[in-house]
Design a protein around this ligand. Structure first.
Ligand code: TXA
Ligand code: MG
Length: 315
């Protein structure tokens, strides 16, 4: 188990000496290393059991810090940075030589984001290098939204966990790529696509749920917990699975007869996003074989929630 605390000076020293730190962000917790230390970056892949073809997001303190790491910044990318950084938006841009092939999995582009989380911003103030940070879950598992989640799964592989409390948004950042002339959404996430479109106009979609997904590592079932998940109409699925030991992950209705996790009693998509991964994890502790769940309204954060539910239900 790793030590958990609020000590950003200790966390900075761990990063400076090539170690790994569990970090809070407004989306989900990450496992961070010095982006300029190759051996530390290798440790990140090993700690997560992550394949080398799945590139990492580089986290920086502010917009200025991205300049040396990229070849150029397209005008629309600049507009998005101005409007949404710090925040739950990752931008894929042509990388400079400062970003290693290890980080980008050999691609000419790399992913960047400026997190909106006070403790993490304090930590970034104490170091003079960017950090790579994938979500702090073993590869193929749901992302962690608390320091305890990180400790349970990766505690023995990392040196320190910075405890920022429960992640406010609860779902990973939205990824927009500027690899081509047309800004393209690669992953639905914590910043609704509708909000991004108000700034730069209509976006192309290459998410896992579209016909041509293009973010590496996104084709496989990436969010599946160890129990089976079925997605559909809850009442119909309950009838169909009368013989099975079921649990119910519902949007806002309560189901008293079964182990039930309600994502948001007052039907708020923000609250549902914040609770989603905790909900999926809760069923691991229940004596059930199957989780029955339903889609939420397919708008705003609901699109990202539905994307995660769909992936969790692929086996
Ligand atoms: O909210 C988040 O983004 C969290 C927190 C910790 O910041 N991080 C996160 O990282 O979700 P990760 O590693 O679990 O997912 C990053 C994804 C990769 O799986 C990959 O699909 C995409 O970002 N990605 C990274 N670099 C890319 C690139 N050059 N081109 C396309 N996709 C890329
Ligand atoms: Mg991840």
């Amino acid at each position: 188990m790793a030590k958990i605390g609020l000590d950003t000076t200790l966390a900075a020293n761990v990063l400076i000496t090539g170690g790994l730190v569990g970090i809070p962000t407004e989306t989900v917790y990450g496992v961070a290393a010095n982006a300029f230390n190759q051996q530390a970056v290798v440790k990140v892949f090993k700690a997560k059991n992550r394949p080398a073809f799945d590139p990492l997001i580089t986290h920086i303190k502010n917009q200025l810090a991205v300049e040396p790491l990229v070849k150029n910044i397209p005008e629309k990318a600049r507009m998005l940075m101005d409007k949404f950084w710090p925040g739950p938006l990752t931008l894929v841009l042509p990388k400079s030589d400062k970003i290693s092939d290890l980080i980008s999995s050999g691609l000419e582009t790399a992913a960047f984001r400026v997190p909106r989380q006070n403790l993490l911003q304090d930590l970034l103030d104490k170091i003079n290098f960017p950090i790579v940070a994938p979500s702090a879950n073993p590869f193929g598992y749901v992302s962690p939204t608390t320091a305890e989640h990180v400790n349970e799964q990766l505690g023995s592989n990392i040196d320190y966990i910075l405890d920022g409390g429960a992640s406010k948004i609860g779902i990973e950042s939205t990824i927009v790529s500027f690899e081509t002339e047309y800004p393209t959404v690669l992953r639905l996430g914590g910043l609704p696509v509708e909000e991004i479109e108000t700034v730069v106009g209509e976006l192309m979609m290459k998410t896992s749920s579209s016909s041509q997904p293009s973010a590496p590592g996104m084709l496989i079932s990436h969010y599946s917990p160890s129990k089976s998940v079925v997605l559909g109409n809850i009442d119909e699925l309950v009838k169909k699975h009368q013989e099975d030991k079921i649990g119910i992950l519902s949007y806002h209705n309560k189901y008293q007869r079964y182990p039930n996790f309600v994502m948001s009693e007052n039907a708020s998509l923000e609250e549902a996003a914040a609770n989603l991964f905790t909900g999926l994890r809760w069923f691991e502790t229940q004596d059930i074989d199957l989780v029955i769940t339903e889609k939420v309204p397919d708008e705003g954060l609901g699109r990202a929630i539905n994307d995660r539910l769909k992936r969790a239900s692929i086996n």
